[in-house]
Design a binder for this molecule. Sequence first.
Ligand code: SAH
Ligand code: MG
Length: 206
Amino acid sequence: MDNEYYIKQMEKYADEKGVPIMEKDGIVFLSEFVKLNKIKNILEIGTAIGYSAINMALADEDVNVTTIERDKTRYIEAVKNVKKLKLDDRITLILADALDFNTSEMYDLIFIDAAKSQYMKFFTKFSKNLKPRGYIVTDNIKFHGLVSSDKTKMSKNLRQLVSKLERYIVFLKDNKEYKTRFFDIGDGVAISRRKKNEQEENTYEN
Ligand code: SAH
Ligand code: MG
């Protein structure tokens, strides 16, 4: 069986079990980004069944991914999928709550795709593991169109979650250390890059 077959199988599994893997255009965009920017070491928060980790690893042979998942069933599924694609030597799977997981490794890219209510905590906690000119990518920044929409009809829980995401977006926009670009791709992707210095405005061109 080839890679494409296993990837389709994962998409089907996610669809049937309601696992929120990245949308197709989002994962294509992220894989391209990894390839174009010669990203080598990635830390992913939120493995689910390994779909995005596998796609990023397949972007280039030099890519290594460490990925954290707190749900045991999903973690086990991810282990199986990584084995099927023979990527065990390049993808390290960790069963843990990311907020309890500590590492001194340094990464070129940190991909945040876990509990939306904790985005700011993940960003702050793992920024110490980001190489000087590294990127922090955040998925689901639009939250299915709920961000910046009318909150009056939402349940209290949902309203609080959407407000948290909106505060996270403001946190990214106001962040003096990072320059963030927002992309209307998939469910909304933000790419934050650590600036060379605080005066720098356009970080991507140089
Ligand atoms: N990146 C995956 C999708 C991840 S879905 C892909 O695109 O293929 C989000 C996952 O994050 C869920 O499986 C959830 O269990 C996990 N998660 C949420 N909060 C977490 C935390 N604090 N630590 C580790 N995993 C977490
Ligand atoms: Mg996501």
